[in-house]
Design a protein around this ligand. Structure first.
Ligand code: NAG
Ligand code: NAG
Ligand code: NAG
Ligand code: NAG
Length: 505
């Protein structure tokens, strides 16, 4: 009683505190307190990349304050100038050899690909990512010897350019650089074949107050291992969580991240900062890759780390992360799998794929790219008079798919339910759009193809109309003006693909 009556001042203070608390809670709910910790990977391996200024506007509209580029893409960097958006600029693996061989090569790289963007264009570069997963097992050790010297030379070059305080070096690594001997995170250590090297790299980063960057892919765990428990890949509960000396793991992300934390801690680097350089889920090209799973994963992940929460080993995050990825890239190599071209939270044209609250804006929903210019509303499809038994069908489809993108065809994909004619039309249209709707790109032999203004899309299967792009950076684009009727001569080079399609069709 006495305390209650103590004084009105007390009540005012208490009420103000409660009120401020409420305001803060509302702000956290609306804006997201760890707003700055979610970034996105912006890759540009597309035949028709979305114009860079439109991408930057889209980043702003979505409250995304940091991006990671895989190389110093000129268009992207210029568009990012004066936007305030924080940038991590990547150095591709194929430059590691020259960068490792001389400091002057690294100085040239910094002068050409960094300094001018920072000083003349006002790009807010925060990190240089040296190499990309150079110790991935499938690289067979190709980059082992050159990675650390390249990292050291770039750091020296940054110091010489007077940028070392603003720009930190790091090295994006695949999570296969560490492993656990006991199935639980506390058994973690670096992979034995590269352990000494990893410790030198970590020490160098640590000495220079630079973070380690790690890419974690629960989707790949599921893709590679049919016995992997699917629920463990997601964040909404798993019936048999791991127990690691009292720490509970109900999702593979936490377990994986903490395996790294243990690996670092055991070797004397318990305070090392960690960036999650890539994490995400694809929406097509595999039976587990669809918008619903991608939403479940990405939204689950964002909620899991929201409010600055971390993992059992580092409960007081925040977890610094770049989603993989911003936009689909239709010219990426499909060596890893057909899903590789479908990691975007946005389609090729900047349309959101599914409802996702990044926690960065008031609307709490993805905002599409604005002012995107499309080609004409027309498609190339199989002609109604075409004969499915025509001997030119298989080679035509093979040619179209070999030069464009058919990764949305196949079991469990967005266009997996098409009939044979639908498959053929899909392939033709993909090629036609990729060739900017050139007239002769819809002239497959024997009158197999025809241009239509009626959208052939059906159900989840989208027959796209390509966009007008400001760049042609696609790596596998064949010479423009190549005509579909030159198929017979070219098809022989595509024999393996041809065989596969014969079997499929
Ligand atoms: C700048 O980066 C590009 C793209 O990665 C690379 O091809 C080029 O060699 C670099 N320039 C220098 C001077 O290192
Ligand atoms: C690694 O070795 C395998 C098997 O010898 C080979 O198929 C693959 O192309 C090699 N990868 C690289 C990046 O050299
Ligand atoms: C880690 O950081 C904390 C707080 O800054 C410090 O007290 C501790 O000594 C550091 N540990 C190591 C291993 O550097
Ligand atoms: C269509 O193509 C896909 C992949 O190429 C294949 O899995 C499917 O069986 C085909 N459907 C028909 C009816 O040919």
């Amino acid at each position: 009683m006495e305390r209650c009556r103590m004084s009105w001042v007390y009540d005012v203070v208490r009420c103000t505190a409660v009120f401020m608390g409420l305001v803060m809670m509302i702000m956290i709910m609306v804006v997201g307190v760890d707003g700055n910790s979610i970034g996105a990977n912006w890759g540009t391996q597309a035949t028709h990349p979305l114009p860079a200024d439109k991408v930057v506007q889209m980043l702003k509209d979505n409250g995304i304050q940091k991006v990671k580029l895989f190389e110093p893409d000129e268009r992207a960097l210029k568009a990012l100038g004066k936007s305030g958006i924080e940038v991590m600029v990547g150095i591709p693996n194929d430059l590691l050899e020259s960068l490792s061989s001389s400091v002057s090569a690294a100085e040239n790289w910094v002068a050409k690909n960094l300094s001018s963007y920072v000083s003349s264009h006002g790009v807010n570069v925060k990190y240089v990512a040296v190499g990309n997963e150079p110790f991935l097992k499938t690289m067979n050790g190709t980059y082992d010897a050159m990675s650390l010297p390249a990292l050291q030379n770039i750091q020296s070059a940054l110091i010489k350019a007077g940028l070392a305080n603003q720009v930190k070096v790091t090295m994006p690594l695949n999570a296969d650089v560490y492993q656990t001997s006991s199935d639980v995170p506390s058994g973690g250590d670096f992979r034995s074949d590269i352990r000494d090297l990893m410790l030198q790299i970590i020490k160098f980063l640590s000495d220079n107050a630079c973070p380690v960057t790690i890419n974690i892919y629960p989707f790949i765990s599921l893709y590679n291992d049919p016995n992997f428990p699917a629920d463990y890949a997601f964040f909404d509960g798993y019936s048999s969580p791991l127990d690691d000396n009292g720490k509970t793991y109900s999702n593979v992300f936490d377990a994986n991240y903490d395996t790294l934390v243990w690996s670092l801690q055991k070797n004397g680097f318990g305070n090392m900062s960690i960036i999650v350089g890539e994490i995400g889920w694809p929406t097509d090209g595999d039976k587990n890759a669809n918008p619903s799973n991608a939403r479940r994963f990405n939204q689950g992940f964002i909620s899991h780390i929201s409010g600055g929460r971390g993992t059992p080993m580092r409960p007081n995050g925040p977890i610094d992360v770049y989603l993989f990825s911003l936009i689909d890239e239709n010219a990426k190599s499909i060596l890893p799998g057909n899903f590789e071209r479908h990691w975007g939270i946005f389609y090729y044209d900047g349309t959101p794929k599914y409802q996702l609250n990044l926690g960065l804006t008031k609307s709490g929903t993805l905002v599409p790219a604005k002012g995107v210019d499309y080609l004409a509303k027309k498609w190339c499809v199989m002609s109604s008079s075409a004969n499915l038994n025509d001997p030119k069908v298989a080679s035509s489809v093979s040619y179209a798919c070999g030069n464009a993108d058919c990764t949305s065809l196949g079991y469990g994909t967005s266009c997996g339910n098409l009939d044979t004619g639908g498959n053929i039309s899909y392939a033709f249209n993909s090629y036609y759009q990729e060739q900017d709707q050139a007239e002769n790109a819809c002239k497959f032999p024997d009158g197999l193809s025809v241009v239509t203004t009626k959208d052939p899309s059906v159900g989840t299967c989208r027959f796209i109309v390509q966009i007008k792009s400001d760049a042609r950076t696609g790596t596998k684009r064949s010479g423009s003006g190549s005509s579909a009727s030159s198929i017979q001569t070219r098809a022989s080079f595509l024999l393996p693909l041809f065989m596969i399609l014969i079997i499929v069709l």
